[in-house]
Design a binder for this molecule. Structure first.
Ligand SMILES: C[S@@+](CC[C@H](N)C(=O)[O-])C[C@H]1O[C@@H](n2cnc3c(N)ncnc32)[C@H](O)[C@@H]1O
Length: 349
């Protein structure tokens, strides 16, 4: 596999970018790189900067990978990933020096506007991840989106506009991609804005609730494992029949839902959906034998979930269900959060 392309599942929390790029140059991120024309041009002209581009469409990234590979650029990495999740997972506070957002999907219909990457929470996330004096630059052909973006950025108190005119229709140093040129040739207008981080701010709790990965600390990054001693041979058929299906936890929009349960010769596979703030995770918990008289609950290796509060809760609630079937069982080992074990299992560690 090329060093240029990193898979999402291979990206650990807070990777060592210095090791990845083999230097400590500043990092600029582009979210929504599309076919990669912009990042290619920027990386060619700024060899002293490392560029990381993300796009949640693997298909479009493929052509970006080809272009950058043939230009033999060493200062670019591309990752198929959602942009806000990437910022939460790939960087600690004040780790990046700039962020570009070019022609983000505008979601014009009012009902769909909640899908926009830049919402009220996003500038707060960026205020945390950007270094002091780091920049944000956005280009779009959709005026209402850029106007709203400006409003949200100014509201944080962390940013100052780069230019006297906060929204401009021309900037000298913007590389015009094919898309931008075509839009201009059709008589369209482009809108640009830019901000510089001028102040450090404390992240409000509602922002952390919206981006739950922000609540995970380094010492909580262990894989989640639970071992239950049943004191008898596990009966997986019985577990398969009794485990609940449907929503097992809900608070406002956040939920844990069992989508399905599968019976296997050597255990039970539980298909789960966890919605928490802006994050949606689909993963499997495997309940398999542990020694002769126990079971172990782990996430299936093909779908490792991010260890957020609600993912921990999903494990705790499944342990609770197993304990209902085996009332004399006890937990031998757990890496679940103590507060959840106390609240849902009355367990003190
Ligand atoms: C309209 S295209 C613009 C592509 C490119 N920036 C350009 O100027 O040609 C928007 C791109 O952003 C990607 N995208 C949209 N929202 C995203 C998000 N939240 N995270 C990552 N990529 C996103 C889409 O897959 C698409 O490739």
């Amino acid at each position: 596999m090329s060093r240029l392309y990193l898979k999402e599942n291979d990206l650990p929390f807070y990777p060592n970018w210095q090791e990845i790029f083999e230097n400590s140059n500043p990092i600029y991120v582009e979210i929504g790189v599309g076919k990669g024309d912009f990042i290619l041009e920027m990386a060619k002209n700024n060899p002293q900067v490392n560029f990381v581009g993300v796009d949640y469409s693997r298909e479009v990234l493929r052509s970006a990978v080809k272009k950058i590979e043939s230009a033999q650029l060493k200062n670019v990495r591309l990752i198929p990933m959602e942009g806000a999740k990437f910022l939460c997972k790939a960087f600690t506070s004040e780790a990046i020096s700039g962020l570009y957002l070019n022609f983000p999907d505008p979601w014009i219909k009012r009902k769909k506007a909640k899908n926009r990457l830049v919402n009220e929470a996003f500038p707060w996330l960026l205020a945390d991840r950007l270094k002091l004096s780091g920049f944000f630059r956005m280009a779009t052909d959709y005026k209402p989106y850029i106007e709203q973006t400006v409003e949200f950025f100014l509201k944080t108190g962390a940013f100052a506009p780069l230019w006297e005119e906060v929204i401009r229709t021309e900037v000298e140093d913007f590389y015009l991609t094919k898309y931008a040129k075509k839009w201009l040739s059709l008589g369209g207008t482009l809108y640009f804005t830019g901000f510089k981080k001028i102040k450090r701010v404390e992240l409000p709790n509602w922002v952390k609730d919206y981006y739950p990965l922000l609540k995970i600390s380094r010492d909580e990054l262990l894989p989640i494992v639970n071992i239950l001693k049943l004191n008898q041979h596990p009966d997986f058929k019985k577990l398969y029949e009794t485990l609940p299906r449907g929503i097992i936890y809900q608070k406002e929009e956040n939920l844990v839902k069992v989508l399905d349960v599968y019976f296997k010769d050597d255990g039970v596979l539980v298909d789960l959906l966890v919605k928490e703030g802006s994050l949606k995770e689909r993963f499997f918990i495997l309940i398999s034998p542990y020694q002769k008289d126990g079971v172990i609950l782990t996430s299936h290796e093909a779908t490792p979930p991010e260890p957020t509060d609600l993912v921990h809760l999903a494990f705790v609630l499944l342990c609770k269900e197993v304990l209902k079937v085996y009332p004399s069982a006890h937990i031998l080992k757990t890496t679940c959060k103590e507060k959840l074990l106390k609240r849902y299992l009355n367990l003190t560690c």
